[in-house]
Design a binder for this molecule. Structure first.
Ligand code: DC
Length: 254
């Protein structure tokens, strides 16, 4: 029922720079699946999209799918925490609206009822609501199969909280990115300021901690280090250094 309401389309747009120059094109990253998990603010999105661009494979930000559901909930006046009644409300909203996701080389495009909501889903309110809706088992049950389908079609770099544990436990490469809470809050605060969203550092840090707690303690698919993951603490590293490190891991496994 819900799956039917959520439509998914895959379109690989643009071309990343050539990779793995010594490998024939057909063998390069054919359907390679790279899972990147970790807490909010660890640098996952930037690292995952840059790595995907460098490898010339799709990039899928699975958090944007939970954020799209969160946006529907916010627009309908719901507020976290969500009780059972609110959870049913969220599931009904997913039935009534259409969420489409497109995994592109450099970005994940997310549409709600045909409109690009890429900016709206980035607000602090939407972050907290995304964490709340992602704890609803039926929401995950609807979104996870779509994520698997997208991954199986073309492979790519997939980023989220449960990619290596639940969505693709057999991924070619599993990465757990983390960083200290202060560093993560600093980065998120910087991002928000760049987008002229006025929030204090303390507020961002507190919201980040709240999300960490929710994302790691929920019953369904909590954030955990997947077995066999390469764990990278990005505190004090530049994003370029992290991308380079992961690129080397990809070269090693190919
Ligand atoms: O990565 P993000 O901050 O955009 O994710 C928003 C929320 O969605 C996050 O707090 C937890 C949830 N999420 C999830 O439960 N599973 C995923 N694979 C991705 C995100």
């Amino acid at each position: 029922r819900i799956v039917h309401a959520v439509q998914c389309r895959l379109a690989v747009r643009g071309k990343g720079p050539p990779i793995l120059a010594n490998t024939p094109p057909e063998d390069r990253t054919q359907n390679i699946i790279i899972a990147i998990d970790g807490p909010a603010g660890a640098g996952k999105s930037t690292v995952a999209s840059r790595l995907a661009g460098r490898l010339g494979v799709p990039y899928l930000d699975t958090g944007s799918m939970y954020r799209a559901v969160a946006l529907l909930a916010l627009r309908d006046g719901l507020e976290p925490p969500l009780d059972e009644r609110a959870a049913t409300h969220v599931i009904n909203l997913m039935d009534r609206h259409r969420i489409e996701v497109e995994a592109a080389n450099g970005a994940t495009v997310i549409l709600v009822d045909g409109l690009d909501v890429g900016t709206d889903i980035r607000s602090p309110e939407c972050s907290l609501m995304a964490s709340a809706v992602s704890a609803i088992a039926e929401v995950r049950k609807a979104l996870v199969p779509l994520q698997r389908e997208l991954g199986l079609q073309k492979g790519g770099v997939m980023e989220g909280r449960d990619i290596g544990t639940v969505v693709f436990p057999d991924a070619d490469l599993k990465v757990f990115l983390t960083a200290s809470i202060d560093e993560r809050a600093r980065r998120r605060h910087g991002d928000l300021r760049e987008r002229e969203m006025d929030t204090s550092f303390e507020e961002v840090r507190e919201q980040q901690q709240q999300r960490d707690l929710q994302d790691t303690s929920r019953a369904d698919s909590p954030l955990q280090v997947a077995r066999g993951s390469v764990v990278v603490d990005t505190t004090g590293l530049t994003l370029d250094e992290v991308v380079e490190r992961l690129f080397e891991e990809v070269v090693r496994i190919r």
